[in-house]
Design a protein around this ligand. Structure first.
Ligand code: SAM
Length: 293
């Protein structure tokens, strides 16, 4: 049987999560924005190896509990391994979120880089809301790909020679309308949550701007370079004809596809760990309260 896709992406997940937030920003959200000062039971939809649990549990009041749900058996086994010797209450469930039935008992339903993979994100959001107690909370950390792609700078190169924002904007939109899965979902979640009856909705942006600095310690630059490479940045494009055909199938015209190939090839050649590069992923963090009164 073919391996479940995300079970083969454990290395990708473990080396890219550090691109998004500084730890002090997560602490700021938990303590100053969400003001969580009594123990809570969290449920993480599409938890992977438990990234959010690992970030949040040390900041939450003692006695808090984290439940992670994911379809990946290997991911859940890795999560169990990671948390085995840590002093936190955790529970991991292998299940397809589309089929799972959850009791209404969690204080907070959260997700990270998950809803963009759902063909029916508002139904899944509804499921998140339904499993949260009255006056509970929904928190979604999701990407906004077009602002992500606008947020790269490589010293010595005009951004337009590396990234065609207009084409990407079109591709992201056509992919989303064909498949339902939407890489720009982060910026839309405030609207979806409001339409689903959530109150006090706020949306923030991830704080981290990664800086590849050839003047800093080699270990720092190597780690960041590896994370960016694992994230797919600077990857060598696939064989020319196949690359063009795939892009044209997705809605690019021939000239746009040819230029995209040239851009990606150039990027793959200049992306080394001795360049100056700044990159802000621009994740959107949306949260609000479940008020059934
Ligand atoms: C990009 S990963 C994010 C994982 C984790 N939240 C993180 O940020 O490290 C997307 C996750 O969603 C999970 N997933 C996708 N579709 C799912 C489904 N229908 N049911 C349960 N999990 C699903 C995948 O297995 C994968 O772990």
């Amino acid at each position: 049987m073919e391996e479940y896709y995300w079970d083969s992406k454990i290395d990708y997940l473990s080396s890219t999560r550090g691109l998004y937030y500084n730890d002090d920003y997560i602490e700021f959200l938990v303590k100053a924005v969400w003001k969580i000062n009594t123990p809570v039971h969290l449920i993480d939809f599409g938890c992977g190896t438990g990234y959010l649990g690992l970030k949040l549990l040390p900041l939450l009041p003692k006695g808090s509990m984290y439940t992670g749900v994911d379809a990946g058996i290997k991911l859940i086994n890795r999560a169990k391994e990671i948390f085995k010797d840590l002093p936190y209450k955790t529970e991991f469930i292998v299940s397809d979120i589309q089929n799972i039935h959850l009791e209404r008992k969690y204080d907070i339903a959260i997700c990270h880089a998950f809803l963009l993979h759902m063909p029916n994100p508002t139904e899944v959001l509804k499921k998140m809301i339904d499993c949260v107690v009255d006056n509970g909370r929904i928190i979604c950390f999701e990407p906004h790909w077009i602002s992500n792609m606008a947020n790269y700078h490589i010293n010595g190169h005009d951004q337009s020679s590396l990234i065609q924002l207009g084409l990407l904007q079109k591709l992201f939109e056509t992919d989303a309308s064909r498949e339902g899965k939407d890489g720009n979902i982060g910026i839309k979640i405030p609207v979806y949550l409001s339409q689903l009856g959530i109150k006090n909705i706020e949306c923030r942006v991830s704080d981290k701007v990664n800086f590849l600095d050839p003047n800093s310690e080699l270990e720092n630059t190597s780690n960041l370079f590896n994370s960016l490479s694992e994230d797919g940045f600077g990857a060598v494009p696939s064989e020319h004809e196949t690359f063009i055909r795939k892009l044209v199938d997705r809605g690019a015209n021939h000239e746009e596809a040819r230029k995209q190939y040239e851009n990606e090839l150039l990027l793959s050649k200049i992306f080394k760990n001795n360049i100056f590069l700044t990159y802000a992923p621009n994740m959107k963090i949306t949260f609000g309260n479940v008020d059934r009164s």
